[in-house]
Design a protein around this ligand. Structure first.
Ligand code: NOJ
Length: 762
């Protein structure tokens, strides 16, 4: 019986491969024929990606774009919004250029389109892969209804330095979780199997920023990266590879250097690893002006760096026009070959073919879809639900939360009454007038028996110039010119009338994101002062924390009764915050980045090495140990941490065997009990430590997780399968191996508080 099944499976695989091969050869024939007719200028033109200027995501702007399209020297366009506009531009390409090759239309659709989901760091905190896939699916549906066929997402850069503003755009510090999220997003955008790119609501994804962009020195954007290969392979490269394995169609090169060569010109990265080791066969695009910037990196003039990029394996030049302006000359001078140019051109044409643009250049230009499918009630409802799952309850002393739906609530703080800051950074397609403000959201969820009062209480920061830098792109906070004292007095006056104070504080949307690094990570000055005054009133204070990154919250943790971290939750955030504050939804988010006690501890991450002089667990200072004089080594909130309105206890961690053979498996199981009064979801996390290795190994690594809903008073048994494959790592020679010996298994509700047991790999 089993054999028949296996044979049937093989047959299916054979048929599928045969179909793929025949589809490929059909595509090859089509592209061969097309390329025979292309001039060298037209081939180079396919490698050119200008920006349209509707949306600003970089400094340089492209010029004379429609003329260039007519000349056949544009391969794709990005940052143009609106299906009618895109249809018209596509018409110019198809009807007015010599060969009528359709264009790719790209955009940064990184956490939703007009319906925005939480910023990616928030989304990752949901630990809900179905929800993340659904968010990507909805984003693809809306973007494609508006003419977009290519998104510059997912961003999967591992980040351990919260000073870097772009931690908001990624999935935090863990490779394994980052890999799972990368796969979920690629599936959501592109569709899978035979459905990939089939429907007109499946678009091409672009994993970015390859590679190591999250590891810039000092958390400063675009800064130098220097890293050992063993760390790259074991930690940083994993999520990019996961996206490749999930079939991502394109890859974006990062701005930073890797081993002294900018990623954009790094052949080892772009060809040896990406294509030869990982088998990637899609196309690689640079980041915005990535080629031109290598002149400033100091590795040559525009012609040199353009040639080096092409030879390294870059196929498409975003905005620099280095390919367009120099490759022909480089070909004549023998610096690049016809083969190099043909290869890039072929990969771009293949992407267009696979998306179905040659069959129908207007596949994504159905002008009737936009009205029905964008910002629909259904999408907004999904976004609200997912947002509520992304919030992380950091503290809840004496059950301050949930709030009752009666009485008077004073909402205080610069983030309490802003629509445009709700969606979060890099939500470029959102209509910023549409999101509800927090006050509006709370009123709507609370109903008629609650009085919601509001006072701003403070500006974002005392420093007006800093506030201006942190409120760009229409994400206004309408700076109030009253004195700080006046603003605080107004807030205290409404606080005096209230039963509970909701302090809406933290960062503005553009305080994080691209080019928004910080050297201090507290809630900004005047907001801190305001919070201190509010706490002094003795009334219950709930800090609703808006942030795009981990902040240092030691004072808040010690003094504020309840803290709900809401990131930037997307267009429906205000309602979702209401859902959680009033207990209609029990919070279940868990941090995917460590929150340090202070900036001096950075980088602080849970999966660090032990060192030869580790501090004993739970200890503070010991002379001649690896620690600080002034603060413990502990995180304020560790990776995986997050509370609920109920309590979960872990018991009975058991393995079905303590010996794992090379082709065997171990089942680890644990009982999780909801000992509180309300139903809740818990993210059960499996960590493993390889106790002895040929190279040093992390003190723990996430190797599995499951989000389970458990009713009040009930228990569930959660199982994890541990296989030898799961224990593999890259050794000193960069071979991917597992090594026999002892392993520790840890299961718990965060990376710190775990049950432990051990097994041996034979
Ligand atoms: C620069 C950013 O680094 C990248 O993430 C983005 O996709 C491009 N600009 C295009 O807007």
């Amino acid at each position: 019986m089993r054999k028949v099944f296996v044979t049937a499976l093989c047959m299916c695989a054979l048929i599928a491969t045969a179909q793929n091969n025949s589809a490929d050869s059909k595509m090859d024939r089509f592209i061969n024929d097309l390329m025979k007719n292309m001039t060298i200028e037209e081939k180079i033109g396919q490698l050119n990606l200008p920006s349209s200027g509707d949306i600003t995501t970089g400094q340089a702007q492209s010029s004379n774009v429609s003329d260039k399209i007519r000349q056949g020297i544009v391969g794709g366009l990005f940052n143009i919004k609106g299906v009618e506009k895109i249809r018209e531009v596509q018409r110019i390409a198809v009807e007015e250029s010599r060969l009528g090759i359709p264009l790719l239309f790209g955009m940064d659709v990184i956490h939703g389109y007009e319906t925005a989901f939480p910023i990616p760091l928030g989304l990752s905190a949901s630990w809900n892969m179905e929800a993340i896939e659904q968010a990507a699916r909805i984003a693809a549906t809306e973007a494609s209804a508006d003419g977009i066929c290519w998104t510059f997402s997912p961003m999967v850069d591992i980040s351990r330095d919260p000073r870097w503003g772009r931690v908001s755009e990624g999935n935090g510090e863990d490779p394994f979780l980052g890999g799972e999220i990368a796969k979920a997003m690629v599936r959501g955008y592109q569709g899978t199997g035979t459905e990939k790119y089939k429907a007109n609501n499946s678009i091409m994804a672009c994993v970015k920023h390859y590679a190591l962009y999250g590891a810039g020195e000092a958390g400063r954007d675009y800064n130098t990266v220097d890293m050992s290969r063993i760390r790259m392979y074991n930690e940083y490269l994993y999520p990019y590879k996961a996206a490749i394995e999930a079939g991502v169609g394109s890859v974006m090169a990062s701005f930073n250097e890797v081993d002294g060569v900018p990623a954009t010109a790094n052949k080892w990265l772009m060809t040896d690893v990406l294509r030869d080791q990982w088998g990637f066969n899609g196309f690689v695009v640079t980041d915005y002006t990535g080629i031109l910037e290598m002149v400033d990196h100091g590795i040559g003039d525009l012609q040199t760096v353009s040639g080096r990029s092409l030879k390294a394996g870059i196929d498409m030049d975003m905005v620099s026009e280095g390919f367009l302006s120099t490759l022909k000359k480089s070909l004549d001078e023998g610096l690049v070959s016809q083969k190099d140019i043909d290869q890039g051109c072929r990969r771009i044409l293949e992407a267009k073919y696979q998306l179905g643009l040659f069959a129908d250049p207007y596949k994504y230009c159905d002008v009737n879809r936009a009205k029905k499918e964008i910002y629909s009630d259904e999408h907004r409802a999904a976004a609200r639900k997912i947002a509520s799952e992304s919030f992380v309850l950091l503290k809840n002393e004496a059950n301050t939360l949930p709030l009752k739906k009666k009485g008077t609530i004073a909402v205080v703080g610069p983030l309490g009454n802003t629509a445009s800051n709700m969606p979060g950074t890099w939500s470029v397609a959102v209509d910023l007038t549409k999101p509800a403000t927090l006050v509006e959201g709370l009123k709507s969820v609370a109903g008629k028996d609650v009085d919601v009062l509001y006072a701003k209480g403070s500006n974002l920061t005392e420093d007006a110039a800093l506030e201006a830098r942190a409120t760009l792109f229409g994400r206004e906070l309408n700076r109030d010119n009253s004195t700080d004292d006046q603003l605080r007095k107004e807030a205290l006056a409404i606080a005096a009338k209230a039963d509970v104070i909701v302090a809406a504080l933290g960062e503005s949307s553009e305080f994080s994101g691209e080019s928004s690094s910080r050297t201090t990570l507290g809630i900004p000055d005047v907001q801190q002062l305001l919070l201190k005054e509010l706490v002094k009133t003795g009334k219950p204070v709930v800090l609703v924390l808006f942030t795009g990154r981990p902040l240092t919250l030691t004072w808040e943790q010690a003094n504020v009764p309840a803290i709900l971290n809401v990131w930037f939750g997307g267009t429906e955030a205000a309602y979702a915050i209401g859902d959680v504050l009033f207990g209609d939804v029990n919070p279940s988010g868990k941090l995917t980045m460590t929150f340090p006690q202070n900036v001096g501890q950075i980088p602080l991450y849970y999966n660090h090495k032990n060192t030869g002089r580790p501090l004993k667990e739970g200890a503070w200072f010991e002379k001649f140990r690896s620690n600080y004089l002034d603060v413990t080594n502990d995180a304020l909130y560790p990776f995986g941490y997050g509370l609920s309105y109920t309590n979960f206890t872990y018991s009975d961690l058991k393995l079905n065997t303590t010996e794992l053979t090379k082709d065997g498996e171990i089942i680890a199981r644990v009982t999780v009990s909801n000992t509180g009064k309300v139903d809740g979801a818990e993210v059960v996390q499996l960590y493993i430590r390889d106790l002895v290795g040929s190279v040093t190994r992390p003190v723990r690594e996430l190797k599995g997780f499951e989000k389970v809903m458990i009713k009040a008073g009930e228990s569930k048994t959660v199982h994890f399968k541990i296989t030898p494959e799961l224990l593999k790592f890259y050794n000193y020679d960069l071979d991917y191996v597992n090594e026999p010996g002892e392993f520790e298994v840890m299961i718990g509700g965060n990376s710190r508080d775990v049950q432990k047991t051990k097994f041996i790999l034979k």
